[in-house]
Design a protein around this ligand. Structure first.
Ligand code: ATP
Length: 435
């Protein structure tokens, strides 16, 4: 499939995503913001599916992981302790001629990529968004929008450990918004200023860092393949010493081959005991854990898996996009894994005269699947509409259905059709869609 996959432009994907209600530019009627995005009716379903799969697999599916939903606004001291106030910055350069700004570490040459002008000296630009708590805008009430969900987990380490009677090795998982004032948001949703992260912080004994790091890197890499993403377009890349974040002793990214090249999907990092030690010192509340089994007191090390939900969605869409030929016509099809597809079954009456039983069938299916009803245009047109949004199965209710209590089920990928009895339909679809 790799060889036949068409080369897609990220703009082609963005225009399909907009046309079909997956993703819109934020505040578009005002010209758009360019750095934030809105998920439309299909996008929100796809996003929910990805999020739920992650949660089910890594939180509900395990004994050693619990969930958390912490606030976006936190005590400003959190960000001093975590090192974000002093170190969460990118090197910013500005062109002396056109005044466009760039991240120095993203530039290929020494001159402005837009006009060839000379660049000013780089300066460090902090990525955190500042805001004010309460009605008075003064330094004392300054706060930040969180740039990562992880710190909400670290400051609740003790709360969670004592209320759930967990002990290392165990983890805390969280999905939520993060905000970064990126210098150059670009590539559709890949780099935006507001995005969602799916993070797990796994607390372990310092002697067990490496084994848990390897374990989590394998588990996270495998998870992307389980979403139906072509494994040949996934790889790992270890960070060189000079690109490591201030808190990490080693990090490996899981990368995807996007239309614009290989880029990070997720970072798996050994954060050591940096965060818990810092919070212990800054808050005056020791974060060490006493392990009765070992008769030893230690600050746990943390293995972090930090994934971007929006980036995962972009990956799923880019990877599913395909163009082939059906009946001599070119068709655009999203080959989404059936369990991820925003619509799993579309029901069509062959004629509007069959609307009533076809609607009833749709309602029956809704209990178990994401099902939609469509009676407009020719059946061929309806198939194309569903192919373009990745609906794996279309069910046609025809005149014969009234007599034989059966319908035609058409497969998105093969376009083959099968006659299935109505009493077997839910079981048949359930088996094909899986989880
Ligand atoms: P970069 O160096 O590319 O700016 P980073 O290495 O600082 O990114 P992390 O801090 O490792 O990024 O963030 C963890 C994950 O959160 C990333 O792998 C990505 O999926 C997601 N993420 C980070 N920044 C953004 C962003 N601006 N827009 C969308 N997703 C993001």
């Amino acid at each position: 499939m790799t060889e036949t996959k068409p080369k897609i432009d990220i703009d082609v994907l963005a225009s399909l995503a907009k046309r079909r209600g997956f993703i819109f530019q934020s505040s578009e009627i005002y010209g758009g913001l360019g750095s934030t995005w809105d998920y439309g009716p299909l996008g929100v379903e796809l996003k929910r599916n990805v999020k739920e799969l992650w949660w089910r697999h890594f939180v509900l599916g395990r004994d050693d992981m619990v969930g958390l939903d912490s606030a976006v606004l936190m005590h400003p001291k959190v960000w001093e302790a975590s090192g974000h106030v002093s170190s969460f910055s990118d090197p910013l350069v500005e062109c002396k001629n056109c005044h466009h700004r760039f991240r120095e570490d993203h530039l290929d040459g020494e001159v402005c990529p837009d006009c060839g002008g000379e660049l000013m000296e780089a300066r460090q630009f902090n990525l955190m968004f500042k805001t004010f708590l309460g009605p008075v805008e003064e330094t004392a009430s300054e706060a930040y929008l969180r740039p990562e969900t992880a710190q909400g987990i670290f400051v609740n380490f003790e709360n969670v450990m004592t209320t759930t009677r967990r002990k290392p090795p165990f983890g805390i998982a969280q999905v939520g918004k993060a905000f970064r004032n990126e210098v150059t948001p670009r590539n559709f949703t890949f780099r935006s200023r507001e995005f969602e992260q799916m993070e797990m912080e796994f607390f372990v004994h310092p002697d067990e860092e490496r084994q848990w790091f390897d374990y989590w890197l394998d588990a996270r890499h495998a998870w992307y393949a389980s979403l139906g993403i072509n494994p040949e377009r996934l790889r790992r890349r270890e960070h060189a010493g000079d690109e490591l974040a201030h808190y990490a002793s080693y990090t490996t990214d899981v990368e995807y081959k996007f239309p614009f090249g290989w880029a990070e999907l997720e970072g798996v990092a050994n954060r050591g005991n940096f965060d818990l030690t810092q919070h212990g010192e800054h808050s005056g509340k020791d974060q060490a854990y006493f392990d009765p089994a070992r008769n030893e007191k230690y600050v746990p090390s943390v293995i972090e898996t930090s994934a971007g939900l929006d980036r995962t969605l972009l990956t799923v869409l880019a990877d599913a996009y395909d163009v082939d030929e059906v009946g001599g016509d070119e068709r655009t099809v999203l080959r989404l894994a059936p369990h991820l597809a925003p619509t799993q079954v579309a029901v069509f009456p062959l004629s509007k005269k069959l609307a009533e039983p076809a609607r009833k069938l749709t309602d029956d299916l809704r209990g178990q699947f994401h099902a939609v009803y469509d009676d407009s245009g020719s059946i061929g047109k309806r198939y194309r509409r569903e192919d373009e949004v990745g609906t794996p199965f279309c069910v046609t209710f025809d005149f014969e259905s009234l007599d034989d209590n059966a319908v035609t089920v058409r497969d998105r990928d093969t376009t083959e059709q099968e006659r299935i009895g109505l009493d077997q339909l839910a079981e048949y679809l359930g088996g094909r869609i899986g989880r």
